[in-house]
Every structure is written in structure tokens, then in C-alpha cells.
Design a protein around this ligand. Sequence first.
Ligand SMILES: Nc1ncnc2c1ncn2[C@@H]1O[C@H](COP(=O)(O)OP(=O)(O)OP(=O)(O)O)[C@@H](O)[C@H]1O
Ligand SMILES: [Mg+2]
Length: 449
Amino acid sequence: MPDDAADGGITAALSAGAALLGALALGAAIWPFSALAAVLVVLALLPNLMVFAWSAGVQDARFTESASHSGRFRYLLDQLIDARTGTELSTLGTGVKVAGAASEAYGRFTRINDRLYALLLRGDLLGGLVTAVLLGGALVAVLRAGAGAAGLGAGVLGVIAGLQATRGAGYALGDVITVAPLVRRFRELEALAGAVPGQDVVHDVAELRTTGITVQYPGASRPALSSADLHVRRGEMVALVGVNGAGKTSLVGALLGIVPVTAGTVEIDGVDAAGLSPQERLARFGLVTQEFGRYEMTVRAALALGTPEEEIPEEAFWRALAAARADGMVRSLPQGLDTMLGTRFGGVGLSGGQWQRIALARIHLRGAGIRVLDEPTSAIDAEAEQEVFVQLRETAAEHLTIVVSHRAWTLRGMDRIHVLEGGWIVESGTFDELLSSGSRFAEIFAEQL
Ligand SMILES: Nc1ncnc2c1ncn2[C@@H]1O[C@H](COP(=O)(O)OP(=O)(O)OP(=O)(O)O)[C@@H](O)[C@H]1O
Ligand SMILES: [Mg+2]
């Protein structure tokens, strides 16, 4: 848009300069025959210049508002398209909510622009009309003065100058044409928001079992995950540990079905998850991804992304925030739950750990049967991390909780720890069981212990 505006500015200045030179030359040529006609010809320049100046002012005044809506639209669309945030949003079943917000922003943007274009078109038409009248008057004055050849010349040049006046209208039409593809995309988004049903979160899950699941990414020489068996019951907290690249996130992705498995099965409450639609399957999970999104929305909207209900009680937001140790921070924000997060749209800036607490609170609010937390406290300070894990334990009874963690102390309270190495689960047991000398677990955590 700024480039278009700059190009438009240069074109406008050039055509104004050309019109000025043309009118002055014409005025000088006509002067000997009719002073009145010469003055009218030069005056005919004014309506166009005034319309140029006026339309620049009008566009400038509306630019900030219109750009903020189109910026918001593009931002939200980017969240849906980006592989990282798009995956997270789809696991939350919330693409529709985001598409709805995007469509609203786009609606505001187009409404402002529609009004603007209508106004500019009218201005251009009026300018053209006044120019034509003045030139017509000049023509009459020249003919009355009895100037044959010069009058003819003035007539021809007058028509050319008149054409200049209508070019402004041409630019405005050109802008309308460039905007047409965006309007189409907006309509598609609107249709999408209407067509996809909201996802219902399943709160009650009793058991998750994987048998021999294997993940091999396209083009990879060996599997990222080999024949993994996992069994988690409601009330249990299970940890996945291992060095970078061991296969933890691949296992998490395979559970949710967002990473395709090449072998093995995932069963939820005795049902093969492969037989569920992606929506039915994801409804059972609440995932905090390792690379959680930083959604620049109000706290309320950012938390509600994982919860399909339209009406969420105030209390529920605060409970979720407290569980993620983010309640104190949100309470201190200028508009509490209605504070805009992130600086892109004039909201408050958050630290990495604060963003992570929001992501965690979102999953607490969602309350899905299976909670999967891929390094949920990687950016959170030690003190808050401890409280976050205490909260996870306190709310563990109604859930199955699977946590990826690199911090030894967080593993003490786990019912079971699986150690991954090169895609294989090489050890399983409780913290104390795994601490025997010579274990891979003791090796990995030697420094921290
Ligand atoms: N989308 C992908 N495409 C191809 N290979 C991948 C992809 N994601 C992961 N891998 C590979 O799979 C292996 C396991 O990666 P994974 O992300 O599961 O490890 P991780 O245990 O979660 O590591 P970290 O502790 O760094 O998060 C790695 O060798 C990685 O390079
Ligand atoms: Mg990982």
C-alpha cells in the first residue's frame, strides 16, 4: 500500500505539472485574441489541482485507520497460514474463531475504503465538470473574439486538458480493481467461518494407549520415532525426556495425529484413533506446543482460542490464569482481561515466559481430557515453574497429562518417565527407579542432579 501511494503521488505530481505547463502555454497563445479566454483557460487548471490536494488529504486522514484494519486482517490470516501457529490453532479447533476475527477486520477495512472511493470518485467528477465548464467558456470567448485558427487550436487543447481531468477518476477505478481479489478472499473466509462447525472439547478420557508407533518423515534416512509403546490412564502424569532430536515432539505429534505414523496404532478409550475424524480426535487433546504462538489479541480472546463456548464465565478465565501463574500479571494490566497483548497493535509487550504462561492458561481453560505439554515451562523462571507443576499435579485427577521436560526436578512427581534416544524408548520408570547407576536417564541429567 505505501508503495502504491508513493507511485500514485509521483503520477499525480507529474500530471499536475504537465497540466500547468499546458494551460500556461495555451493561455499565452490565446491572450492576444481574448484576455477573458486566456484567464479562463488558466483557471480551468484549478479544479484539478484542488481535487488532487483534497483527495490526498482525505486519503491521508483515513490511511491510519484503514491500514490498521488491513494490518489486523493480514496478521490473523498469517496466523492461520503459518505452519507453526496454523498447526497449533488447528489442534485447538479454533481456526474458525480466528477466521471470524480476520473477516471482521477485513469488513471494517473494506467499509472504510468503499466510502473513501465513493467520495474520491465524486470529487473527481466534480473537478472534471468544473474544468469542462471553464474550458467551454474559454472556447466561446475565443470564438466570439473572431479568432479562426487560434480558436480551433484552443478547442483541441481544451479537449486534451479536459481529458486530464477525467484521469483522476480512472486512477480511483484502477484502485477499486486492484482491491477486487482481496474482496474475494474475504468472502471465502466468511464462507469458511460459516461452513465449519465448532469443535466440541471432550473432557472425559480414561485411557490412551499407543502400540508400536513409528514416524518417518519424508526423505529421512531413519525413523524419528521407532515402535513406541505408551500407556497413560486418567489421573496419571507421564514424562517424555531425552536429548534434542530424540523424538519427543514427534511422539507428541503422532498422538494427536498431526504427524503421520508409518506403523502402529493410537487408541483412545479403546477406540483406534485412526478411525476418528481429525476434529473428533483433536477434541480430546489440549496441546501446548513447543513453539507456541504469541497471539496479539486481548487476553480474553487469546485464552478463549482453545475453548469453543461463546460465553465463558469470568471466573473460568481467572482460574486458568491462576493455574498458569499468569493471574498476577493480567491483574496488573491496564484493562485486565480486555488488555490487548503484543505491541504490534498498540497492546502491552510480554516477556517470553509471560507469553508461555498465556499459552498454558489457554490449555487449562480448554480442559480437554488429554493434556500434552511440550516443554511448557522452557521460558518460565524456576520459581513459577515449580508452581506451574504443582498446579498440574493438583488438577491431574481429571486428566491424562503428558509432559516433555528437560528439567530434572520437574520429573520427581511423575508417575512414569520414558527416556527417548534416537527415536526409541530406551528406559521407562519412576524418577527413583531410573536413577540407578549406568542408566541413560542418570547420564542425561547428571549435571542437574
Ligand atoms: N517436520 C520434520 N521433518 C523432517 N524431520 C523432522 C521433522 N521434525 C523433526 N524431524 C526430525 O526428527 C527427529 C526427532 O525430532 P523431534 O522434534 O521429535 O525431537 P525432540 O526430541 O522433540 O527434540 P527437542 O528436544 O529439540 O525438542 C530429529 O532428528 C529431527 O531432525
Ligand atoms: Mg521437541
